[in-house]
Ligand binder design. Structure first.
Ligand code: FES
Length: 169
């Protein structure tokens, strides 16, 4: 469609169909170019923003429940293999001994006399004290404490010397 307008008193013809067609093509190209640029900027912002996100992997929790004290009869030596902890009970006292050898970190095995390391032959008594090297340091004892539910919890983040018992009340 052709229309006429007056520009400073002079009639000028405007072809709206041609104008509309050019505008549509121009808009299409403009939108496409803007879209491509926008996606590129968004991707770059994502890569840049990732630097602000901490690259942390979380380990398993250090505290775990072991249930009621009655789960451990007097004289018990019960190993919790997946936690590498041995729970011992002497009367009304309960202890949690690390089963990680103090030499090079192998997992010790319970023996009739205490704990033996299969890697280089270190031996520990029932309290985790070294009786035969090459290990020089006793096995850690972990903190044992009750939870509000009455269950006991071992906290491997709190290491103690041998003989650090929880007294059952
Ligand atoms: S790691 Fe246990 S004796 Fe070497």
């Amino acid at each position: 469609m052709v229309s006429y307008v007056l520009v400073q008193g002079v009639p000028m013809a405007i072809n709206y169909d041609q104008e509309k067609q050019d505008l549509t093509r121009r808009n299409f190209l403009s939108l496409t170019a803007n879209g491509v640029i926008g996606l590129g900027l968004l991707g770059a912002a994502g890569v840049f923003g990732k630097f602000f996100w901490p690259n942390v992997s979380y380990g398993p929790p250090t505290a775990f429940a072991i249930g009621k004290p009655t789960n451990f009869p007097d004289g018990a030596k019960q190993n919790i293999a997946d936690q590498k902890v041995s729970i011992i009970r002497h009367g009304d006292k309960l202890g949690a001994i690390s089963m990680v050898c103090q030499h090079l970190g192998c997992t010790v095995a319970a023996s009739p006399t205490g704990y033996d390391c299969p890697c280089h032959g270190s031996k520990y008594d029932d309290m985790g004290n070294v009786t035969h090297g090459p290990a020089q340091i006793a096995l850690f004892w972990f903190d044992v404490h009750p939870t509000p539910s009455g269950d006991l919890e071992v906290d491997k983040s709190k290491k103690n010397d041998p003989g650090h018992y929880y007294t059952i009340v």
